[in-house]
Design a protein around this ligand. Structure first.
Ligand code: SF4
Ligand code: SF4
Length: 373
């Protein structure tokens, strides 16, 4: 089972699509009223032995350190890595403090997800001046110290981003060529519908950009460059090739749960304090017998739910955007699906000609990539 562990709500950045959005105004709450536990401690405040005992009941637990910015608590990360039962470790970080962890610990991560939004200008515009350079310096530190796990660049994209250009930049980056890239849309997350130009951007830039990128992804296979680990393509394409359907692709509420700072277990690292959707507490729950958490929504009746999985449990619950904008997000999923379906014959040819193999698509599910942007 996969677990995110929230170490702290604190963060050393104030990104435009995250905390910065709340501070800059224009965000009005318009979603459903969901009760939130406002007594949740800002920092992890649990009996760590209870955590170890909980994880110890799972023969193959995977623990992702999460925040806020989890590397603000390096001593806690080291303590847990030293004392937890056998466990796979991942961390989702803004990358600024990676060098605060000793290399012995960094090398033990199976996966490090680093937030970068593309080229230096785009990343710094969203995340603060100088961020790109500092993150790249730390990635150099990882490489020099023998990190051999998977390093995933995680982008958040909105109306000021040309998705094709930014993915190309990270992929062919002169500082570090990222083989693993994930992106998520800054969409249906907060009450910012009134200040967005989302539909126009989607139609004119994002959806055509996705078609271009799918073409390039497959042409890279055809020229012998292998299967780039562009997560929004990788898993859905492999499932389409194999005729497989999927539940929520992020795993929220069925394969991936989040341990809150007080030890309660929720379905997702964004549904913090949403007690109505909790699945238990680490002191009492069994990691392999957690209740599945889902909601009744139009996703249940959607003809492409087997491809999409429902995209995001949080947005199904909270519904921060009005219906017409929600439909735009669903159109982006349809565009992704149709683009990948169109590419299947060419991918099959590449497999048939031995240019790529089925195992080149293999990846860890529920590793912090939501998959459907
Ligand atoms: S496309 Fe939209 S309605 Fe359909 S499953 Fe995905 S999020 Fe739900
Ligand atoms: S996609 Fe939605 S439900 Fe899944 S982890 Fe992200 S916020 Fe949570």
């Amino acid at each position: 089972m996969f677990f995110h562990l929230i170490l702290t709500d604190d963060c050393n950045l104030c990104c435009t699509y995250c905390r910065g959005k709340i501070l800059s105004g224009g965000v009005e709450w318009c979603g459903r009223d969901v009760s939130v536990d406002d007594q949740l401690p800002p920092d992890l405040c649990i009996d760590l032995d209870e955590l170890y005992s909980f994880l110890g009941k799972d023969p193959d637990p995977c623990l992702t350190f999460y925040g806020g910015e989890p590397l603000l608590r390096p001593e806690l990360i080291m303590e847990i890595m030293d004392n937890a039962p056998p466990c796979r470790f991942m961390v989702q970080t803004n990358g600024l403090l990676l060098s605060d962890l000793p290399p012995d610990y960094l090398r033990r991560f199976e996966t490090i997800l680093v937030s970068l939004d593309g080229c230096p200008d785009t990343t710094d515009r969203h995340r603060g001046r100088g961020t790109y350079r500092r993150v790249m310096e730390n990635i150099g530190f990882l490489e020099r110290n023998g990190f051999s796990g998977e390093l995933i660049a995680r982008m958040t994209v909105g109306e000021d981003v040309d998705i094709a250009e930014e993915v190309r930049y990270l992929s062919d980056n002169p500082d570090h060529s990222f083989r693993s890239i994930h992106w998520q849309l800054d969409a249906e997350f907060s009450g910012d519908a009134g200040v967005r130009d989302f539909r126009n951007w989607l139609d004119e830039c994002y959806n055509p950009g996705i078609r271009l990128l799918i073409h390039e992804w497959v042409e890279r296979m055809a020229t012998g460059a292998g299967v780039a680990r562009w997560y929004p393509f990788l898993q859905p394409a492999w499932d389409l090739l194999n005729g497989r359907e999927s539940g929520l692709r992020c795993g929220a509420g069925h394969s991936n749960y989040t341990i809150m700072t007080d030890g309660h277990i929720g379905p997702c690292p964004v549904m913090i304090g949403m007690t109505e959707y909790y699945a238990g507490h680490i002191s009492r729950a069994h990691p392999l017998h957690l209740p599945h958490i889902g909601v009744e929504s139009e996703c249940t009746r959607c003809p492409i739910v087997g491809f999409c999985g429902g995209r995001c449990l949080y947005s199904q619950v909270v519904r921060p955007w009005p219906d017409e904008m929600r439909v735009a997000v669903c159109d982006s999923v349809k565009n992704l699906m149709e683009g990948l379906q169109d590419a299947l014959p060419r991918i099959r040819e590449c497999i048939g000609e031995g240019l790529v193999r089925g195992e080149d698509f293999s990846h860890t599910r529920y590793n912090g990539c939501e998959i459907i942007p």
